[in-house]
Write a protein that binds this ligand. Structure first.
Ligand SMILES: [Zn+2]
Ligand SMILES: [Zn+2]
Length: 254
């Protein structure tokens, strides 16, 4: 059973006391992906991996994470052949690009002709792929499958969900969207009965934590207990959009 591989880390994520177990999983996978891309295994020295990174490139978010990771030579080697490939493609695109003669009739038509649109299409295609995103997504999808597998087959897992803090809104949306296709109607109803109250209660808790954080700035509360509000700002941001705003950049141990 493929799900077995992902069961233990998924249960750990539910027990991690995190605002969202899927943020927790995603973060771990991103660190794994950065380790794989730039870490001690030096995957960038393998020609098949380099072929992939040359072809897929990286998104802006992950270039920043790769820079912060700290392996300058590894980064430079990856970039060297990637840029070479980009330049070959760019040259072909620029050769093909031909601005259309501007006539009154053309101006009434769509703003770009077909040939100049090919350049835009090429650029959009370059923007749409990232080696690190792809690495994360492949495994992340297995965790989503495992979530529904355990939901349907292991009653103990329902207890783990009930004792968790629910999800961030981003991952709540993602999981709930999938519920319709992964679960039968009865299971889908059970999903709403288990997850919706947890979401409601934990969003209300978050509202209280943030509210008390604001109240703590009142001089009359200077000596009052922080309760759960000391880190409420980053947890509130995570609860609304996912991710860890206060987290330090992940660096390789080189
Ligand atoms: Zn999340
Ligand atoms: Zn990416």
């Amino acid at each position: 059973m493929k799900e077995k591989l992902y069961t233990i880390p998924l249960i750990e994520a539910f027990q991690a006391d995190d605002e969202c177990p899927f943020c927790y999983i995603e973060n771990k996978l991103e660190q794994d992906a950065l380790d794989f891309t730039l870490g001690a295994c030096s995957s960038y020295m393998e020609s098949d991996i380099r072929e992939q990174t040359d072809h897929m490139g990286f998104c802006r978010h992950h270039f920043k994470k790769m820079y912060q990771y700290g392996n300058s030579l590894g980064n430079a080697l990856i970039l060297k052949t990637h840029i070479k490939k980009i330049n070959q493609e760019l040259e072909k695109q620029l050769e093909k690009y031909a601005p259309e003669k501007q006539t009154f009739l053309n101006k009434l038509k769509k703003p770009n002709n077909l040939k100049s649109n090919q350049l835009a299409e090429w650029m959009a295609q370059k923007e749409s792929t990232c080696f690190v995103c792809d690495y994360i997504q492949n495994t992340y999808n297995r965790y989503l499958d495992t979530f529904f597998y355990l939901f349907m087959n292991q009653p103990e897992f329902i207890e783990h969900i009930k004792h968790s803090k629910g999800f961030c809104l981003h991952h709540f949306g993602e999981v709930t969207n999938l519920a319709a296709s992964k679960l039968n109607q009865q299971q889908h109803i059970q999903y709403t009965q288990v997850v919706f109250p947890i979401m409601k209660n934990n969003m209300a808790r978050m509202e209280q934590d943030i509210s008390w954080l604001v109240d703590k700035y009142d001089y009359r509360n200077a000596d009052a207990d922080w309760k759960n509000s000391r880190d409420a700002l980053q947890r509130g941001m995570q609860k609304l959009k996912g991710g860890y705003p206060a987290e330090k950049s992940y660096q390789g141990n080189r």
